[in-house]
Design a protein around this ligand. Structure first.
Ligand SMILES: Nc1nc2c(ncn2[C@@H]2O[C@H](COP(=O)(O)OP(=O)(O)OP(=O)(O)O)[C@@H](O)[C@H]2O)c(=O)[nH]1
Ligand SMILES: [Mg+2]
Length: 388
């Protein structure tokens, strides 16, 4: 095991996982930390927990302030198909970019730290909207740093804005390191474990594979989770994963966030921007790099489509038997099935399900009859037939 925690600390961790609300989580995390023995093996865990505590304390303070003066809060309610946090070093052009793409009224200024609060705006892509959130600059030790990190952790994706008049490759490397230290990974790890704990009902431990466990069996996973008193959970394994990764996932200490890099102010020196993009792609071939100029509002035409791709979402249109096709799509994760569509329409639909009819790229022919476990694709039209 990664951390070799004594039973007492594990028991305290259960309290952290079960805590609802920020205050309870803070208290539980404090108790957990005091129960973790101090040695090399737990150093990372303690560091992570300490930082997480700092984030939560700031969030709590923020919420209190908001209550007291109904003022602006750092917490941004999600809207649209996904929340994309726009982040970067001071003066890189985050605010101007968000303003250009969404029309949001956010402060643009030629001095650093001009943005002190997150400002959301909506970016349209076909029949979807993505919520872009302008943020204060990401500088460790600065007043807003922990809160911006908290926003990013909560987001669905990150738009990293680099400044072409400085050294964008350096900015990219520094920012990804800063984020990684805080447990936010911009690259999809080779293997990934997601543990969804069931709050109600006795479902037992269910493991589904989109990859494999390299050094353990499902039984080992079950034993590990039971050591943490987790008896009801859905464990999803993506790619190649070790038992250590499963334990890490229990601590939610690392999250992967899809990312798009923007090299802004490209108009100032197009050749250097291209060179920087090339080098960033060398460092990380999986992250899309967009060159553009917020000042001229050029280069961002495909951004909506690129976000749609990295978010790995699909749109499904529902249709009533002999009725109209819905105008607004259901937004689902890639790999979703008719089951997910049915559940999204109504909780009874899964129980009463008879069959579905499908039009679109996942169907063999228009109107094909399929069952609950048929995988749907972007643009599919789904009609669900139920009993009664
Ligand atoms: N030449 C050029 N200048 C730009 C571009 N985008 C932004 N700027 C300028 O860069 C300065 C900073 O822009 P902001 O949008 O305020 O930058 P920011 O990243 O939000 O800054 P902070 O909120 O302080 O982190 C302003 O003077 C902008 O006019 C661009 O594409 N080209
Ligand atoms: Mg700004």
């Amino acid at each position: 095991m990664v951390t070799n925690l004594p039973a007492e600390a594990r028991a305290k961790w259960i309290k952290v996982m079960e805590a609802r609300g920020v205050e309870e989580k803070i208290r539980a995390l404090e108790e957990f930390l005091s129960a973790v023995p101090k040695h090399k093996g737990t150093a990372n865990l303690r560091l992570w927990a300490t930082r997480r505590l700092a984030e939560l304390r700031e969030e709590l303070e923020e919420r209190r302030k908001k209550k007291a003066r109904k003022g602006i809060s750092f917490f941004v309610e999600k809207e649209g198909a996904a929340q994309v946090v726009v982040a970067g070093l001071p003066n890189s052009g985050k605010s101007l970019l968000v303003k250009r793409l969404t029309g949001a009224r956010t402060v643009v200024a030629d001095y650093p730290f001009s943005t002190t609060n997150p400002v959301p705006g909506m970016l349209r892509y076909e029949d979807l909207y993505f919520q872009l959130v302008d943020t204060p600059p990401l500088v460790p030790g600065s007043a807003y740093f922990n809160r911006v990190i908290g926003l990013m952790r909560n987001s669905d994706a990150i738009l990293l804005v680099l400044d072409n008049t400085r050294d964008p490759v350096r900015e990219y490397i520094d920012l990804s390191r800063i984020l990684e230290e805080r447990g936010i990974l911009l690259q999809k790890p080779r293997g990934r474990v997601v543990i969804e704990r069931a709050r109600t009902g006795k479902t037992g431990i269910r493991v589904t594979f989109m990859g494999k466990l390299v050094d353990a069996t499902i039984d080992d996973v079950r034993k590990l989770l039971e050591a943490y008193h987790v008896y009801n959970a859905h464990v999803r394994v993506y790619g190649e994963v070790t038992l250590d990764d499963v334990e890490q996932a229990l601590f939610e200490s690392r999250v992967y966030k899809p990312c798009v890099v923007v090299i802004n102010k490209a108009e100032i020196n197009v050749a250097s921007a291209r060179e920087a993009a090339y080098r960033i792609r060398e460092v990380n071939p999986n992250i899309p790099v967009v060159l553009g100029s917020a000042k001229l509002n050029k280069g961002f035409r495909d951004l909506g489509w690129i976000l749609f791709k990295v978010l790995e979402i699909i749109r499904v249109y529902t249709k009533q038997p002999n009725g109209e096709i819905s105008k607004t799509p259901l937004v689902l994760r890639r790999g979703a099935t008719v089951y997910d569509v049915a559940r999204a329409i109504h909780k009874d639909f899964v129980n009463k399900f008879l069959y579905a009819k499908i039009w679109g790229s996942s169907s063999k022919y228009p109107g094909e009859r399929v069952g609950l476990y048929h995988v749907v694709e972007d643009g599919d039209i789904v009609e669900i037939r139920i009993k009664g």
